[in-house]
Design a protein around this ligand. Structure first.
Ligand code: SAH
Ligand code: SF4
Ligand code: F3S
Length: 567
């Protein structure tokens, strides 16, 4: 018997991409099959993002279009997963009866049961009241509820969400294609930046046990993965306190996973042992040598001890790339955002990181990237000037720049007026883009003549266009996603030529390529995008380059696009 056909589309951050992959694995194990074309699906799932209004609008428009589809196919089951489900709550179904399933990001372990329930409910609705079934929701809901933030204590058996990560389906069939993977180390966030919806949608910060993380990395490496990106909202805040261990089914389980407000807090209880972020990086590096690149996002400026920077310096397979958003260059704004650091402290961190890690003379430069919000409540021209200075002083390879978008449920939405006009936000956004673009250009040009290992992701964007292949990112077929995006999605970047991250076409077979050469793209360990040509005749088939780390000498550079030749 074949199971229902599912179309799963993913919006938002890397955390969501990973969630989609885990959900797809769990449903796949139950016999569900995945289809690219929503028109062929019995179940349509949107894994959604709430971080800015624009992210939500995309999903509203999808749901709007489904109204018609459902009128024709009332047996269709539609699910809204992820942050938008959590933020909107079950009232979303009242406004959009097309939605049958709602599942927050902290409840995804329950999704198979919810879908099963919705499929059965729809069938009985069709049996009892076929005329009205299309206009009514099956109401299959699992939300954490914003009031009840999940406890930060990870009772290992009790936490079924942990089981979702643990039961990750790592299919050896993917092994030839999948060379790059995400691994979650921390869920949720406790920072409560005043503009941000994430602590409300993802819940309290919970750190995963290091043994689980290392094991997952080992299993991925065994399946052929050579690049792992560790995920957390404030990834460098990772800290795991081991209690006296108990054994469940032969696996050593910690009793407590605890979180701390201060980054250097030490616990006094007897027998306690701590795994810091630095310890975790060193463990993965040393215990899983098949992982040739280990990186992590997103870092929080305040939590970087020298211990982490030194571990990166001393472990060759740890990437010298840090995504550390400053958000603003104005102390007044940073305070209003509740970021917990001053711009001086941010600079102190950058100087320290560069002093410890930047070694361009041996071909190991440190690359920094960040995020900025323009037009946050009360931002003046003076505040904005300070942000421009921050970009100049930071000299990052790229910045994701966002116009402030008030999010219901956040402190800023409730308490601080969104008083910067849209036109001013837009003008500041454009000004920062132009400024960052010149900085990115300069940094790109500095790379000419250097040789870097490039992990090949697939055909370059230009090559895909030439061949008429769709280059739109993120159509949701998570099973063939390759490559880690360096940061947040959907923002405008300093260098417009940057490729849009993992795409469904990244692994398009290229063996049929015509002409004497084909242009491939990949990334350096410092997350620079490199394009280079390989011959199609004789030697290696273009497909065989994908997933390999190839030495490429940089010959040309514009913005974030570097061009080079294999050496
Ligand atoms: N945990 C990460 C950020 C996750 S959200 C960190 O603290 O750096 C990704 C980015 O979206 C943020 O860095 C911020 O720049 C942007 N962002 C978050 N909320 C926003 C809002 N309400 N309006 C505009 N941009 C926002
Ligand atoms: Fe949001 Fe701040 Fe947490 Fe990042 S650190 S997810 S911006 S609350
Ligand atoms: Fe969006 Fe949720 Fe990620 S709001 S940014 S999908 S954590």
């Amino acid at each position: 018997m074949t199971g229902p056909r599912v179309h799963l589309e993913t919006f938002g951050c890397q955390m969501n991409e990973l969630d989609s992959e885990l959900v797809a694995g769990a449903l796949g194990a139950l016999g569900y099959r995945f289809v690219r074309d929503a028109g062929e699906a019995d179940v349509i799932l949107y894994n959604t993002c709430s971080v800015r209004e624009r992210a939500e609008q995309k999903v509203w428009s999808r749901l709007g279009m489904l109204k018609e589809t459902k009128a024709q196919r009332p047996d269709l089951v539609v699910g809204v997963l992820g942050c938008m489900a959590e933020r909107d709550g079950a009232t979303l179904m009242d406004r959009h009866p097309v939605v049958d399933v709602m599942c927050g990001p902290a409840e995804l372990d329950k999704l198979p049961a919810l879908i099963d329930n919705a499929v059965r409910t729809r069938r009985s609705m069709l049996d009892t009241d076929p005329a009205h079934a299309a206009g009514r929701s099956a109401r299959s809901v699992a939300l954490q509820g914003s009031a009840s933030r999940r406890s930060s204590t990870l009772g290992a058996i009790g936490d079924s969400l942990e089981m979702l990560d643990l039961s990750r389906a790592i299919s050896p069939i993917d092994a030839n294609a999948r060379k790059s993977a995400y691994v979650r180390i921390t869920r949720g966030c406790n920072k409560f930046c005043t503009y941000c919806v994430v602590p409300h949608t993802r819940g309290a910060e919970v750190h995963r046990p290091p043994d689980h993380i290392v094991d997952e990395c080992k299993r991925l490496a065994d399946a052929g993965v050579i690049e792992v990106t560790l995920l957390g909202q404030t990834v460098n805040h990772y800290r795991f306190e081991h209690g006296s261990a108990v054994t469940i089914d032969g696996v050593v389980q910690p009793q407590k996973g605890r979180t701390y407000k201060g980054s250097h807090h030490r616990d006094a209880f007897a027998g306690a042992q701590t795994t810091t972020f630095a310890d975790l990086l060193a463990r993965i590096h040393d215990e899983v040598p098949a992982i040739e690149r280990l990186r992590f996002v997103t870092s929080y400026p305040r939590d970087f001890g020298d211990d982490v920077l030194e571990v990166i310096r001393d472990h060759p397979r740890l990437c010298r790339y840090l995504h550390v958003p400053a958000q603003s260059g104005s102390d007044r704004m940073l305070k209003l955002m509740n970021r917990g650091y001053t711009v001086g402290e941010y600079y102190e961190f950058l100087d320290r990181a560069r002093a410890i890690l930047d070694q361009p003379e041996i071909g190991r430069p440190l690359m920094i990237s960040g995020d900025v919000i323009v037009g946050f409540c009360t931002e003046t021209d003076e505040d904005f000037e300070l942000t421009k200075q921050m970009l100049i002083r930071s000299r990052s390879k790229n910045q994701f720049i966002f116009k402030y978008s008030p999010r219901p449920g956040t402190h800023a939405y409730d308490k601080i007026a969104d008083d910067v006009p849209e036109s001013v936000k837009r003008a500041r956004n454009n000004e920062l883009l132009a400024l960052q673009s010149t900085i990115s250009d300069e940094i790109a040009r500095e790379q000419i003549g250097s040789t870097f290992g490039v992990l090949v992701e697939g055909l370059s964007r230009a090559e895909k266009k030439k061949r008429g292949i769709d280059v739109k990112p993120g159509t949701g077929m998570v099973d063939i996603t390759i490559g880690g995006r360096s940061s947040a999605f959907g923002g405008s970047q300093g260098a417009p030529s940057v490729s849009g991250g993992p795409t469904t076409t990244a692994l398009q077979p290229v063996a049929h390529a015509q002409g004497s050469s084909v242009q491939l793209s990949g990334r350096t360990d410092t997350d620079l995008i490199v394009h280079f040509e390989v011959p199609t005749a004789g030697g290696r088939a273009p497909d065989d380059w994908i997933g390999c780390i190839v030495p490429v000498r940089i010959t040309e550079a514009t913005g974030l696009s570097l061009f080079g030749e294999t050496v």
